[in-house]
Unconditional design. Structure first.
Length: 280
């Protein structure tokens, strides 16, 4: 009897499994095909990149990477991106961790909502006031102004990433610390922060990637010595003529650090995202 009742489910289960696999394949194609095309194009001459029909197989060349690394300051621009992304990530975490702790403990929503509005607003809304302000302070073109302005990106991202983790901390632990006479900063550092390390890791990675890939602030506020890699890559785009091979090589180099970072901490990143999703 049990055998007959289970048998009608088998075709449906097989069909569901097939549909699920097709969905995964389609998703991987959508995500991976542009990346594969970018990598292949970085080893082609610009003429071959834009050829119609596309040439899938051609003799690879390193001229694009040679031009990128030898004839330009792209390595220095990459270092600038690293400095700005790291500084903005640290700034975002330093501001967002105590803010998330206070918002979670007092169950306030409006401060987090305000930061969300700042993140959703177009970057051009901040750009003109910032440019005027930092021009008066003679800071335009410095690492300081780039790190401070990118804090508008990292603080909301870190705050909203960390809130579910802080909400998941048992309030009894915090109350026991208060009974023992611990000050708020001591409770945060000694009791709460060790429990939300996975969330801090996830927030740090997201902040780094968002800042690394952001274009507008660095375009308007960087100087010749602080130009980031993503801004420098657009030097290969000209009026009517674009060096597609070098541009694809630059895009591949820009995508490499976030990819390596994600691979190094992939277990903690996946587990942290899963925990945050469950707690949220």
């Amino acid at each position: 009897m049990s055998h007959s009742s289970a048998s009608p489910l088998r075709p449906r289960s097989a069909l569901s499994l097939l549909v699920g696999r097709l969905q995964v394949i389609l998703m991987l194609m959508v995500v991976l095909l542009p990346i594969a095309w970018m990598l292949l194009a970085s080893f082609k001459h610009s003429v071959d990149v834009m050829s119609l029909p596309p040439k899938l197989f051609n003799v690879p060349t390193l001229d694009n990477y040679r031009e990128l690394l030898v004839r330009t300051d792209f390595l220095h621009n990459t270092w600038n991106s690293l400095v700005v992304a790291t500084g903005a990530t640290v700034l975002g975490l330093v501001l967002a961790i105590p803010a998330a702790f206070a918002i979670s403990w007092h169950r306030m929503t409006w401060p987090a909502t305000l930061t969300l509005f700042a993140r959703m607003a177009p970057g051009t809304l901040f750009l003109l006031p910032w440019f005027v302000l930092f021009s008066k302070l003679d800071l335009v073109g410095s690492y300081t102004v780039l790190i401070l302005t990118h804090g508008a990106i990292t603080v909301p991202v870190a705050l909203w990433t960390l809130l579910p983790y802080f909400d998941g901390v048992p309030r009894a632990l915090i109350e026991s610390g208060q009974i023992d006479g611990c000050r708020p900063y001591s409770i945060l550092l000694r009791i709460v922060l060790p429990l939300v390390v996975p969330g801090v890791v996830v927030a740090a990675i997201l902040c780094f990637v968002f800042t690394w890939n952001y274009f507008l602030f660095a375009l308007a506020l960087s100087g010749f010595d602080t130009k980031t890699a993503i801004v420098a890559s657009f030097n290969f785009v000209g009026e009517g003529v674009t060096n597609w091979g070098a541009l694809m090589a630059a895009a591949s180099m820009i995508a490499l650090p976030p990819l390596v970072l994600a691979l190094l901490v992939q277990r903690r990143l996946v587990s942290g995202l899963a925990v945050g999703a469950v707690k949220g």
